[in-house]
Design a protein around this ligand. Structure first.
Ligand code: F6R
Length: 243
């Protein structure tokens, strides 16, 4: 059964999420983390940077694997997830660059496929201790859009229109939002020993309601998490309004 932590607002959710990660890092300095981008984890990363600065935790031996990356956006572009992760977390802590893993989606179609497969192989060997997730308005986790098989491994995905709409706030216009991404599959996510999903704000009300309704269906990818034995869902008052 999913554990649900209900917090007042985004900041409280961020603190609660960061505490789980901070404690886990303290207990296991060699921990392997699965990380996410987007608005949801930013506050968690801020708190983790603070814990690092306060000397509570070190990322010296921490390894990380990110969920996804856009296709067709260079690392240097401030919309890339590579840039996002460095800007929000990695540049501010003592993590070693060789311990940072973010799918790369560069080059020709066949080069991207090869990078995708290599990432999948690396994930199989790595065994993630805690995976951080946000949830899409349509229930996606990573970029596993509605309809994706629960057996799906890392792949190149065509982004759903809803996802491109949701994410256009970061771009000048919808035309600039990439159409494809590399993402861990649902199967990779389910392999993590523990999953922490954070959802806040009015835009997530539907998704949170469906997630906690206990129905398991590929039309709502996050519902796969009901089959995982250790999931913590952190929501704020806004996101929980339809419960
Ligand atoms: C991000 C990711 C996505 C986001 C989701 C929610 O790496 O894989 O699944 O977690 O789209 O995004 P935000 O947090 O921006 O609402």
């Amino acid at each position: 059964k999913m554990k649900v932590i209900r917090c007042k607002n985004y900041d409280e959710c961020s603190k609660a999420g960061a505490e789980i990660f901070s404690k886990a890092i303290e207990n296991n300095p060699n921990i392997i983390l699965g990380l996410a981008t987007g608005s949801s984890p930013i506050g968690i990363y801020k708190n983790l940077v603070k814990d690092y600065q306060d000397g509570k935790i070190s990322f010296k031996d921490v390894k990380t694997y990110n969920l996804d990356e856009y296709v067709g956006i260079s690392r240097e572009n401030d919309q890339s997830y590579y840039y996002f992760m460095h800007d929000n977390l990695f540049n501010h802590v003592d993590i070693k660059e060789q311990n940072v893993h973010i799918p790369s989606a560069r080059g020709t179609e066949s080069e991207i496929k090869a990078q995708c497969n290599a990432y999948n192989e690396a994930l199989k060997k790595a065994s993630i201790d805690i995976q951080l997730l946000g949830i899409g308005g349509n229930g996606h986790i990573g970029f596993n859009e509605p309809g994706t098989s629960f057996e799906q491994e890392t792949f190149v995905v065509t982004l759903a229109e809803r996802t491109r709409e949701d994410n256009k706030r970061f771009f000048n216009s919808i035309d600039e939002v990439p159409t494809h991404a590399i993402t861990m599959g649902i199967k990779n996510i389910m392999n993590a020993k523990k999953v922490v999903l954070v959802a806040t704000g009015a835009n997530k009300q539907e998704a949170v309601k469906k997630l906690l309704s206990n129905e398991i269906t590929t039309s709502f990818p996050a519902s796969a998490l009901h089959m995982h034995k250790d999931v913590v869902v952190i929501i704020d008052e806004e996101a929980g309004k339809m419960l």
